[in-house]
Design a protein around this ligand. Sequence first.
Ligand SMILES: NC(=O)c1ccc[n+]([C@@H]2O[C@H](COP(=O)([O-])OP(=O)(O)OC[C@H]3O[C@@H](n4cnc5c(N)ncnc54)[C@H](O)[C@@H]3O)[C@@H](O)[C@H]2O)c1
Length: 429
Amino acid sequence: MPEFSRRMFLGAGTGVLAQAQAAAPSDRITVGMIAVGSRAQELLEAIKLVPGTEIVGVCDAYSGRIARAVERTEGRAKVYKSYKDILADPSIDAVTVATPDHWHKQMVIEALEAGKDVYCEKPLTYTVDDGIEIADAVKRTGKLVQVGSQGISGDNQQKVRDWVKGGKLGQVTMIRASYNRNSASGAWIYPIPPDASAKTVNWDAFLGSATPRDFALERLFRWRWYKEYSGGIATDLFVHLCTTIHFVMGATMPSEVMAMGDLYRWKESRNVPDTLNAVLRYPEGFTVNLSSTFNSRGDGGAGFQFLGTEGAVQLGAVGAEFTPENMRENNDWIVAGWPSNLEAAYYETPEGRAEKARAVRRSPEKFKGRPINATVLHFQKFFNSVRTREATVEDEWAGHHAAACAHLVNESSRSREVVKWNYGTHRQA
Ligand SMILES: NC(=O)c1ccc[n+]([C@@H]2O[C@H](COP(=O)([O-])OP(=O)(O)OC[C@H]3O[C@@H](n4cnc5c(N)ncnc54)[C@H](O)[C@@H]3O)[C@@H](O)[C@H]2O)c1
């Protein structure tokens, strides 16, 4: 059985939309891609499927990525030396930012200032404060930000949100969500391209404002190993989980977070945990358990459980399944310890009769969404917002809050203390 992958979980289905139709040049949204790494090559293919868009420029810190991206645009995309050159080109309407996380804030803010709408990969931020700065820049410039946790644009997550909103689950007080893996690739030990060297890689461009270091290919190609460029499991994976939970539950931020992270297995490589557990308490009246390990996928890999008084939902890659509670009170074993006459009398009371009556059973329900790549759907929404100027489906606040959850998880794990969200200084939308 194939590994239950991130792609499947996030709705990167195999089905695609029709090829983009030609649009008049004046109607076309021109896109510049800042970084064309692994994820951005997927973004590129998704953008190609959205009618009325054209990828006109690309840049990257490694020449091999650029070559592949240009090939994927049939040679049409122009190569820019740096992201600043893309931003300086007035013919570009929108940009994607898909660099390592430590670059996101700077590039997003500079892009907004340059008059571009921005699609930024998750996590939107590297620190909590980054989110406030980005939100201020959006306000100042009137430009749009959409964040790339594409799962929420998939049918199944929207269905679960409708179920929760419509009261089908009753009161939801507990949510479990996980992301488990058991492979080197799942633990971010990616192959490094054989032609990567100081000649093909722009080391300083990669480092940006990070602490200066000697050239080291694994830092550039396996940056998730290092807290200098990423927040590890929390910002890579929990951020997707929190985006979905906030979307489904209509929630903003947990008031308190506690977490424990450990590095048990892949010790030779990283300075971030390979196993992370977190508890998040939400003022909306529910608690979330997030967990991830790179040392077993025994529970099937990834998914969510929304647990409600009237039913539970299992949400995964291939749809959502509702299981009704069908609860029935049962005090048999309690009244069996009473005097016999009182036990018999109990079953003559309304409560006792109800316990003996046959329970009304509701059936489980399965929902199977359309097999359409969620990234394509997410981009359709983004470009629609670019045209209409309506709010994006995952705006800077949604991105800030989901990433902030990850940062609080890391802060708690490092400090071994419960971390509180400061609604005053961290501001809410
Ligand atoms: N939404 C999703 O499902 C999903 C999946 C994977 C990755 N991501 C996100 O996408 C982003 C990129 O991840 P990835 O897996 O593609 O990593 P990657 O290492 O494959 O790609 C990052 C690219 O950024 C380039 N780069 C670094 N600094 C640069 C600079 N200053 N200018 C131009 N290019 C620069 C690197 O050369 C590299 O090609 C991350 O934020 C990650 O969290 C999202």
